[in-house]
Design a protein around this ligand. Structure first.
Ligand code: AMP
Ligand code: MG
Length: 344
């Protein structure tokens, strides 16, 4: 396994080496603007299978193909409709994935046997150059063992994945910190299957309409057939029980967390920087100022990965308003809390 340090280094031609690893069927851990990806040649069935083994990912949970040009898109999907075109013109390159009907060159291992495939053109320079030098779409789920929080910086995932990949590219901390927005257009209406940095409000502005899938903040029933297989699986949760607490009123939020933590020996609170002072008697991890959702997004997965190291007996997490980027934050947090949610 080799490591290429590209933190603050703009010499992207060094990416020819990991691009060769991709071409030859190997696995490369690389940064994108959203989270780190665990990448392989997306047109090579055997290379793709290695991703599932490395992550311990269920075979029916499909992968996203990452592309660097519209030429590449045209090889893997059929003609787009007007709404789909508008969306990709508005949000590519960037943290936006669209579900489209795929051509025969996309292997079944990528799609879990579905007729559709998720496609994204990332804006991160390292990711784009890596795809370009590889000359193939790169299938890349988030870099983490399945179920764990996604990796947003190398320190968090190095031990977990170092023995499972052929090559690692260190690009420092990811800008966004949450995985891409996933959208499928049905009857000309964009349906958000996973919220991300591209918000429902932005999508509505471009397409005139948007539907937020009901499972984004609500648990699936056992009979439900989700539009996105990934919704079925446990994700992001630390080993310690976590409870998500939200109130529009900050005083009530703090009061509720302090009340709920009575009776626990070692409660930990994941809170905004503004509120740390109210939890002096507890362990805490702060994730950014309340009015800075960008900063909070960036820090969530790292914070969730730290939780168990403190050995708390319960964790309370401060929620945010579920609009704009806040919807993506609340989606990851409610899953980390396995739907234990209190609103006051
Ligand atoms: P990750 O690879 O970890 O970023 O997760 C990708 C997410 O996109 C998962 O939740 C998948 O279920 C979802 N996804 C990928 N491809 C499709 C597809 N063809 N249809 C619906 N959801 C998809
Ligand atoms: Mg993932």
């Amino acid at each position: 396994m080799k490591i290429l340090d590209l933190k603050g280094n703009e010499n992207l031609t060094k990416l020819k080496e990991p691009a060769n690893v991709i071409k030859n069927g190997g696995l490369v851990l690389f940064p994108t603007e959203t989270v780190y990806g665990l990448g392989a040649n997306g047109l090579d069935e055997n290379a793709v299978k290695k991703i599932f083994v490395a992550k311990g990912r269920k075979q029916d949970n499909p992968l996203i193909l990452h592309i660097s040009s519209i030429n590449m898109l045209n090889q893997i999907v059929f003609k787009l409709n007007e709404v789909e075109k508008k969306l990709i013109n508005a949000f590519w390159p960037g943290p936006f994935t669209i579900i489209l009907n795929h051509t025969d060159i996309v292997p079944n291992s990528v799609t879990g046997g579905l007729d559709t495939v998720g496609v994204r053109m990332p804006s991160g320079k390292i990711a784009r150059a890596l795809i370009e030098y590889s000359g193939v779409p790169i299938a890349a789920p988030s870099a983490n063992i399945s179920g764990k929080p996604s990796g947003t910086n190398l320190d968090d995932i190095f031990d977990e994945l170092k023995d499972k990949v052929d090559y690692i590219i260190d690009g420092g901390h990811c800008d966004v910190g949450l995985e891409s927005t996933v959208v499928r257009v049905i009857d000309n209406i964009p349906h958000i299957l996973r919220p991300g940095k591209v918000t429902p409000e932005q999508i509505k502005e471009v397409a005139g309409n948007v539907i937020i899938d009901s499972h984004i903040l609500h648990q699936l029933d056992s009979q439900d057939k989700p539009l996105s297989p990934g919704m079925k699986y446990r994700h992001y949760a630390p080993n310690t029980k976590c409870v998500l607490v939200y109130s529009k009123d900050n005083n009530k939020l703090v009061e509720k967390i302090n009340e709920l933590s009575k009776g626990f020996n070692k409660p930990l609170v994941i809170c905004c920087n503004d509120n740390v002072k109210f939890y002096n008697d507890k362990l805490n991890i702060n994730i950014g100022f309340k009015n800075n959702l960008e900063e909070i997004s960036k820090n969530i997965f790292s914070a969730l990965r730290k939780v168990d190291k403190f050995e708390p007996d319960i964790v309370f997490i401060e929620g945010v308003e579920a609009t704009g980027l806040g919807l993506a934050i609340m989606n990851r947090l409610i899953r980390a809390c396995e739907y234990n949610y209190v609103e006051v």
